[in-house]
Design a protein around this ligand. Structure first.
Ligand code: AKG
Length: 400
């Protein structure tokens, strides 16, 4: 069991040159938790981390002679189903998807001559973990990615997780997109090689057509003065993709990767801002119905279908995360991903950031519009009071 702490964390200006064209590369062994926390998560900057999965069982069992071990997948996961995208079949600006059994997909992948490019994506790790009796042996969440409120919540609530396996042949690809909820993501190549094109937030605006639509794939020849980063991710490397960074991905060899989407104290404010922006867009889109009594609730329904979460979910989520941390301060420590606990210093920082977000929520007009249940509103007030009590004496941090 490892306890994660961040000492002396303060908001500070980072001296990163804004015109860098290569993302930094670190070795997992040489990247202490609090350095990753400050230099990459907090500053929302990408990084490649080498040698991150040497100890994973999947690095042994899923790979044979530097290639995908098809038979291992057929024997162990053959009857599982996962979504598969046909990379060359595009409908409404998206790749067509269907579900396939792993054994059928592996038969396809084994073939030398393929007449389709099929990419198995978003296969939930929860299914594999359940088969392995929740033992995190085939992969281990690297400590730098352990603060992951989204998967902590999903696991505790037994909801769908945000942990995935991707398996694709050479030339399979993922279109230009930013991650769900404006979350971070990390992705580790168990085998193979990927090319990533990453855009700092805001650059995607320059790629939009006159109707505001983004291309399915960015092609450098079609655009001028776009700032972007081209990154080659080798076997054993993790890439950290910051919040709101659009990206597109190509498999240069047959590749298997494991990834998580995640949210924590460093990007929760970005998630809150993205939620507001999406809500504003929805309200503008259906502004002609503004006077209808259902307007506010309909906006929430549309928000949920477009953004994946609505206001009620966001507040429920953040209050749940706050309660667990308050309980730790009162003496009930918790463990994440079977392996990590957080020191009270870390927990206090989480609570300070949550307090800030809860205050934003308190100032939002929706708090008086019956969108949140009375129960949730009273929990909101109660948690603010409790966090305030705990953190008011604490002069270590100055996060504004
Ligand atoms: O590996 C891929 O094809 C896509 C992964 C991705 O977009 C992500 O991890 O955010």
């Amino acid at each position: 069991m490892e306890t994660l702490e961040i000492y002396g964390f303060q908001k500070r200006v980072f001296e990163t040159d804004p015109s860098y064209s290569q993302i930094p590369v670190k070795d997992y062994e040489d990247l202490p938790y609090d350095i990753f926390f400050e230099e990459f998560m907090s500053s929302n900057s990408p990084v490649i981390i080498k040698n991150i999965c040497n100890e994973w069982d999947s690095s042994k069992h899923w790979v044979e002679n530097e290639k995908i071990n098809y038979d291992y997948f057929i024997t162990n996961y053959g009857e599982f189903e996962a979504p598969v995208a046909d990379c060359n079949k595009i409908n409404f600006n998206a790749q067509c998807k269907c579900d396939m059994k792993i054994k059928e997909y592996m038969k396809y992948l084994k073939k030398e001559n393929k007449n389709q490019v099929l990419y198995l994506k978003d296969w939930h790790l929860k299914a594999i973990l359940q088969k392995e009796n929740l033992a995190y042996n085939f992969y281990k969440v690297p400590k730098c990615f352990a603060s992951d409120w989204l998967n902590e919540y999903a696991e505790d609530m037994q909801e769908d997780d945000f942990r995935f396996v991707y398996i694709g042949p050479k030339d399979s690809w993922t279109p230009l997109h930013a991650d769900v909820y404006s979350s971070y993501s990390w992705s580790v190549n168990v085998v193979g090689r990927k090319k990533w094109i990453l855009f700092p937030p805001g650059e995607e605006e320059k790629l939009k057509d006159p109707l505001g639509n983004l291309p399915l794939l960015f092609n450098a020849k079609d655009h001028k003065n776009i700032k972007y980063f081209k990154v080659i991710q080798e076997k054993g490397d993790a890439i950290f993709v910051p919040s709101g960074w659009y990206h597109q991905v190509f498999n240069l060899y047959d590749t298997i990767s494991v990834n998580h989407n995640f949210i924590n104290s460093c990007n929760i404010e970005k998630v809150w801002v993205a939620l507001q922006k999406n809500l504003d867009d929805v309200e503008k889109e259906i502004a002609e119905f503004k006077d209808s009594p259902e307007f506010v609730s309909q906006c929430q329904v549309i928000l949920k279908s477009l953004f994946g979460m609505d206001m009620q979910f966001f507040v429920t989520f953040i209050i749940y995360i706050a309660k667990k941390r308050l309980n730790q301060i009162y003496g009930k420590k918790f463990i994440v991903f079977n392996d990590y606990t957080f020191g009270n210093n870390h927990i206090t920082l989480d609570l300070k950031i949550i307090l800030k977000i809860l205050k934003y929520i308190g100032d939002h007009p929706l708090i008086t519009s019956k969108i949140l249940s009375n129960e949730l509103i009273s929990q909101h007030h109660d948690i603010i009071k409790k966090i305030f009590e705990i953190t008011k004496e604490d002069k270590i941090f100055s996060i504004d």
